[in-house]
Every structure is written in C-alpha cells, then in structure tokens.
Design a protein around this ligand. Structure first.
Ligand code: GUN
Length: 292
C-alpha cells in the first residue's frame, strides 16, 4: 500500500466517525488512524457527542460524503442506543462505504460468484480473514467452515465470503442445538460470538483451523489465572491495566488440538485494521479513476 500511495495520485482520505466515548471504540478508532499514517493515508477522526441527535449526525455525514477529497467514511459501531444504526449506515453512499455495510454493498457481496467483485468493499474483518487463509495457503474449496455468530459485521459476511471460496458453510448462533457437535464438524472454525473463552476443546476437531474474532475484556484476576495458567506475562499485563483482552476461544486448551489458530490480542484485530486500509485505498483509486 505504501508504494502504491507514494506512486502518485491524491492522498487517500478516510474519516472515522466516533459518536460518544466508549473506551473500546475510541481505542479501535485510534488504531485505525495510526495505521493510516503508517501507509500514507490521511486518517481523520470526527468526534461527536454521545447525545447528538439524528439530524445533526446525518448532516455531518452528508457533508463528508459530498466532499470530493473524502474517499472513505466509517461510522464506528456500536452507536448510542437512541440512534438508528441501519438508517445511518444506509445514508453513506456505497462508493464511500469502506466498511461494506451499505445494503447495496451487502447485496453485491452475496450475489458475487467465486472470485468476487474487485470493485466492492466487503467488511474488513471477514475479508481480512479470507486474505489470511489465502496467505497461509489454506485450501478452502470443498471444506466445511463453521461460523459461530450471525452478526452483520462478521458472521453473515464471513458466510458470504467463505461461500464465494467454495466452502460448505454452517452458521451457528445462540439457538443452535448441540453447538459443540456442530463445531466439531468444522475444518475451519470461526468464532465471532463476543463471549470470553466460550469455545473449548470440546468444540474443536483434531487438526482444525481456528480463527478467533473475539475481543473481550475481562476484569477478574482469578479468571485470567484460570484461562492462562502459569502465564506470567498475562498476569503482569492484567496488573498493569486492570483488565486482560481475551478472545472467544479458550486458547490455552484449544491451541494444542489445532493445525493453526489466531491469537488474541494481535490476531484478527490488526488484520481488520489492515483490510480497512486496503478498502480505503481501493475506494480512493476508484474515485480518482486509477486502476486498482
Ligand atoms: N465495530 C466493530 N467492528 C467494526 C467494524 O469493522 N467497523 C465499524 N465501523 N465498527 C465496528
């Protein structure tokens, strides 16, 4: 990306809209803009108060979308409860929607045949996961992928993208019966539930590939000791910050069964950020009429 951005054209610009002061969201947005700087994208954060009304927010978004120098807009989720998420995401033009959350982009993603459409931005986390699997030369065609979680941000688009790779796809959720048995059918298991260490060894077949999308903060020291026995670095980190970040997978107990697994932190998180930059560059080049 660095080379491509340095090679010419207008500097790509990404605006992250952060409504309210949720500390986790503020951290994510900060890491997104930091990463922008690293590759030469102009990453700007628009901070708005938690009690902003819908009209004011929509006016901000329209102004950004009408600015020809803004290539990508992302509204960090979740939004405060009084704001209608769907209506807000639909107000951003599909061309500047680098999150791939606009219904038109969602529709195109589901309609795409294997190979996909290079011009549509697809959600960063699942798109980054596909890149990760390709990069590690993991065969996808014909293999069974089981996704736990059906969110619009991860679970559902992950299903669309794995289907596009010719996987057989199963999507599980809170009403799934005998979840461990279904998960054990997976060649590739994607955990995107948002519950700390919920996926244990009973969910994983020997040799499976496990992708852990969860980013959960735990505040209980005894729980950290239970999940990471003998891991002094973990406890030291907890003692420094007062919390520890854990995935949806019980890494210590699951990792020995797998042929490959992503860690938390420093796994899918940074991958998502990197893919967002790729999406921004793609939107910017398209906007400028440059070849992707
Ligand atoms: N909140 C959690 N994940 C995401 C994401 O990928 N994009 C945005 N905008 N908000 C999020």
């Amino acid at each position: 990306m660095k080379a491509l951005i340095a090679a010419g054209g207008r500097q790509p610009r990404l605006v992250a809209v952060l409504v309210g002061e949720d500390p986790a969201s503020a951290t994510y947005v900060a890491s997104k803009t930091r990463a922008c700087k690293e590759v030469g994208i102009d990453g700007v954060t628009l901070r708005l108060p938690p009690d902003i009304d819908l009209d004011t927010l929509m006016t901000h978004l329209r102004d950004l979308d009408e600015d020809p120098e803004v290539d990508g807009i992302l509204v960090q989720l979740p939004l405060p409860a009084h704001l209608p998420e769907r209506q807000i995401l639909e107000s951003i033009r599909p061309e500047t929607d680098v999150d791939g959350f606009h219904p038109e982009n969602v529709g195109r993603m589901w309609l795409d045949k294997p190979g996909g459409s290079p011009s549509v931005c697809t959600p960063a986390t699942p798109t980054g996961i596909i890149e990760l699997l390709h990069h590690n030369k993991i065969e996808l065609s014909g293999r069974h992928a089981v996704i736990v979680g059906r969110s619009a941000i991860v679970g559902k688009p992950m299903a669309a993208l794995l289907l596009r790779e010719n996987c057989t796809v199963t999507v599980c959720h809170s009403r799934t019966r005998d979840l461990p048995a279904v998960c054990r059918l997976a060649d590739i298991l994607v955990a995107a539930i948002g519950r700390p260490a919920m996926i244990g060894p009973e969910h994983v077949a020997d040799g499976a590939i496990v992708i852990d999308v969860g980013i959960n903060r735990i505040n209980d020291r005894a729980e950290v000791e239970r999940l990471f026995p003998g891991n002094r670095k973990r406890l030291a980190g907890f003692d420094r910050r007062g919390y520890s970040v854990v995935g949806d997978v019980d890494y210590h107990r699951v990792a020995p069964k797998t042929s490959a697994i992503t860690p938390v932190p420093r796994g899918v998180g940074p991958l998502t950020v990197a893919q967002l930059l790729v999406n921004t560059l793609k939107a910017s080049r398209r906007q400028q009429g440059l070849k992707s």
